[in-house]
Structures are given as structure tokens and as C-alpha cells.
Design a protein around this ligand. Structure first.
Ligand code: NAD
Ligand code: GLY
Length: 391
């Protein structure tokens, strides 16, 4: 611990210990880059936990204009009260701002305040803030520490864990980025109280994904407890978030950079090849990421059925859980040509071959790189379409 960190510690109230909360701790085991994900109510108040990870008592708090008044100002004040200098960086909200101009706003502020390599970047917000802040942390002065404080369900179960950071390019989702792990993830489940319903449902898509790809028992539990989750029952939500984080941490620990020959991290992309194409084709933010991925996961399940991998009952169960979660189960009006055009730029592709994540059963996903573009085109052509682009 550095002298600066000790000063930070000394300034904190003595009763503020993580042990006092009912939080869960999940380890992401990556040798020197290992870190903990804490899940629980009231964690935002645990500034001591953040302070313990700071190499110097100075942070850049990156958030957006929606989160700042809800949680950002209070966190900045709490950190300042603990003698930590806070540089707030408040970006415009939304997926359409996950690009170069917002990224440059972060770099401009860091340079304006002469931030050095020991300044920690804190990402407070959903996946957009987490991804862009992580990429800024990976590249500012070739890498500075960063902490993820996810405030959406989607970010708490998925994007804050695993070190994928990125911005979008007009021609493709997350096309510019880096693998860069945070020092700590703090998922305060209390922040979900203010989350709009549509965002909660979008987050549930990624929760359901974990059941579909790797854990049938979890999928069964989700089917039974969906109403509680939609009603934001704290116990059910914490259980769903914790199980999702456990699965993600395990997958990432075994295949950090998505290079495994079989399965591995690529499985987390179930529905994403279709989903990213939908997001890009409609324009970023038209459908939420979770909505596009839910529709994509159902398409992947139907495709698996067309190959004889899963039975019709599995398609029905998948369709029903997404419908019950209020997520789209019918494609928007995008032509098969346009879908294929965008799918051709997917990051998983190898030498122009599209890799699809498909299902053998609920809880058992696999990677298939043998499907021709013509085959996918024929499948998509036959799929029904919504009459509007709205989810
Ligand atoms: P988001 O970051 O746009 O947040 C959704 C909306 O909710 C925003 O308007 C935000 O301001 C608001 N919000 C956030 N927290 C709130 C709260 N507690 N109360 C009220 N409003 C709140 O969207 P998201 O769904 O969190 O993230 C989607 C992004 O995550 C996409 O860009 C996607 O590509 C990315 N992603 C990344 C990974 C990864 O591994 N890095 C994984 C999945 C998704
Ligand atoms: N969300 C996909 C991944 O983290 O790999």
C-alpha cells in the first residue's frame, strides 16, 4: 500500500466496512489481473472499498447526465469527504454517444487536469459508460487503473465484468476497443430502483443468456421467478445477478481473450451476431442492446432447430421466456441482405466465415463455423418481420 493510499484510508469513517453489508463477492481469477466483483445493496456508500484500490487519492469519475444527479454527485461528495480529489466527467447519455467525440471528452478532461498514470478512472453507469471509460483507461498514457460501478442490470451481470472495452463505429458495434480488466467491480443493487422498466427488461435478456448457454437449472429458476424479477424483488434480483456474475467470471477466467478453440468466451455471444446486426442496421439506440440480443437469441434457437439440434419445445420455451420478459421475439423490418452485410463484419468471423453461437439444448451452447452465408440468408428471408422498427 502506498503512503497516499494510507492517507485515504485514515480519512474514512471507521465503521464503514464491507463486512457489514450483505454483499456477495465473486472473484475473477486472471493471475496478476484478478479482481473481485461485489454485489449487494448499499455498496455505493462503501468508499473505503474504492479507496483501497487507488494508487493515489485522485480519480476521474466518468458518468453521464442521467446518472450524475441520481448517484454521481453523492459519490463524488463521499469520495471528496474521504480526501480523494474527484474530477467529474459527465458525458451525454446514450448508445449513440459511444464514439470518438465522447471518448475525446474524457481525454480532454484528463489532460486538462494533468492526470498521470496513477489517476484511477471510475465508470459509474450502464454498459455504454463502462465500455467507453474502460477503453479510455486502456489507452490514456498506455493504461491507467479503472473501477467499474455498474448501475444497469445489464452492466451488473455482463458488461462490467471481463475487460471488453470499446466504442462503436458507424459501420459496426464495438469495432474499436481493447481487452482491459478493471481493478474492482461494485454492483450496488439499490441503483436498480431507478432503472426504467425497458432497461430492466433489456438487462434480463443477458441474464437469460447465461441460463441458455451454460446452466439449465438457472434457466428453470428464471422461468419460475420472472415475475419477481420484473417486480424488482431484491432477493430474486440479487440471486439472478450473483449467479450471472459467477458464470461470467468463470467463463472469462478460462478464456479471457476469446481464443479457445471450442466454446469458451465466444459462447457469451449467443444471439449477438444477429443482435449487433440489428443494432447497427437500425441505428444505435433504436433498439436497446438487450432487446436486439434477445431477438438474436431466439433467432439462434430457431436456427438450431432448423438444423435439428434442438426440438420445437425448446424454441417455444425460449420464445415464451423472452415474451414474458417483455422482450422482442420478432425481427424488425431489416432485409436478409442488410443483416448479412452487417453480420459479415462480426468480430468472431474468421477469414470471412460467419461464426454462429447455437444451442444443442438449453444450457448447452456451441460454436458453429460451418454455416454458409446463403444458408443464413435463406433462414432470415423466411423469418417474419415486425411492421415497424419499434421493439
Ligand atoms: P446504457 O449504458 O445505455 O444504460 C441504459 C440507460 O439507463 C441509459 O439511459 C442510462 O443513462 C440509464 N441508467 C443507467 N443506470 C441507471 C439507473 N440506475 N437509474 C436510471 N437510469 C439509469 O445501456 P446498458 O444496457 O447498460 O449497456 C449497453 C451497452 O453495453 C452496449 O453498448 C453494449 O454493447 C455494451 N455491452 C458490453 C459488454 C461487454 O462485455 N463489455 C457486454 C454487454 C453489453
Ligand atoms: N458480453 C460478451 C463477453 O463479455 O464476452
Amino acid at each position: 500500500m502506498t503512503a497516499a493510499t494510507s492517507t485515504v484510508f485514515a480519512a474514512l469513517p471507521i465503521d464503514e466496512t464491507i463486512a457489514e453489508s450483505n454483499s456477495q463477492e465473486i472473484k475473477v481469477s486472471l493471475a496478476a489481473r484478478s479482481y473481485s466483483v461485489h454485489v449487494g445493496a448499499g455498496l455505493l456508500a462503501h468508499t473505503r472499498l474504492i479507496a483501497a484500490h487507488l494508487p493515489q487519492p485522485r480519480v476521474a469519475l466518468v458518468t453521464n447526465d442521467v446518472i450524475w444527479p441520481l448517484y454521481g454527485k453523492a459519490l463524488a461528495d463521499a469520495l471528496a469527504a474521504a480526501n480523494i480529489k474527484v474530477i467529474p466527467i459527465i458525458l451525454p447519455d446514450g448508445e449513440s454517444h459511444k464514439g470518438w467525440p465522447a471518448l475525446n471528452m474524457i481525454f480532454d478532461a484528463l489532460l486538462e487536469h494533468a492526470c498521470d498514470r496513477k489517476t484511477t478512472l471510475i465508470a459509474l453507469g450502464g454498459g455504454v459508460i463502462g465500455d467507453i471509460t474502460g477503453f479510455a483507461a486502456a489507452t490514456y498514457q498506455r493504461g491507467v487503473p479503472f473501477v467499474q460501478i455498474p448501475t444497469t442490470l445489464l452492466a451488473q451481470v455482463d458488461s462490467s465484468i471481463g475487460g471488453k472495452t470499446a466504442i462503436n463505429h458507424p459501420r459496426g458495434k464495438n469495432m474499436i476497443g481493447a481487452f482491459y480488466q478493471p481493478q474492482l467491480v461494485l454492483a450496488d443493487t439499490d441503483t436498480l430502483i431507478t432503472l426504467p422498466d425497458r432497461e430492466l427488461r433489456a438487462g434480463l435478456a443477458e441474464v437469460i443468456k447465461y441460463g441458455l448457454i451454460l446452466d439449465e437449472t438457472f434457466f428453470d429458476w428464471l422461468e419460475k421467478n420472472l415475475a419477481l424479477l420484473l417486480a424488482r424483488d431484491p432477493t430474486a434480483l440479487t440471486r439472478a445477478i450473483t449467479r450471472s456474475c459467477e458464470i461470467k467470471a468463470d467463463v472469462v477466467a478460462n478464456d479471457e481473450r476469446e481464443t479457445a478453440a471450442e466454446g469458451g468466451r465466444a459462447l457469451l455471444n449467443l444471439g449477438h451476431t444477429f443482435g449487433h446486426a440489428i443494432e447497427t442496421a437500425l441505428g444505435y439506440g433504436t433498439w436497446l442492446h438487450g432487446e436486439a440480443v434477445a431477438c438474436g437469441m431466439l433467432l439462434a434457437t430457431k436456427f438450431s432447430h432448423s438444423l435439428g439440434q434442438v426440438d420445437a419445445a425448446t424454441v417455444t420455451r425460449t420464445q415464451q421466456i423472452f415474451a414474458a420478459a417483455g422482450l422482442p421475439t420478432v425481427m424488425p423490418a431489416i432485409s436478409a441482405d442488410d443483416m448479412l452485410h452487417h453480420m459479415g463484419r462480426d468480430k468472431k468471423n474468421d477469414a470471412g466465415v460467419i461464426k454462429l453461437i447455437l444451442l444443442k439444448s438449453i444450457g448447452a451452447a456451441y460454436v458453429d463455423a460451418t454455416i454458409s452465408a446463403d444458408h443464413i440468408h435463406a433462414f432470415l428471408t423466411a423469418e417474419p418481420r415486425l411492421q415497424t422498427i419499434n421493439a
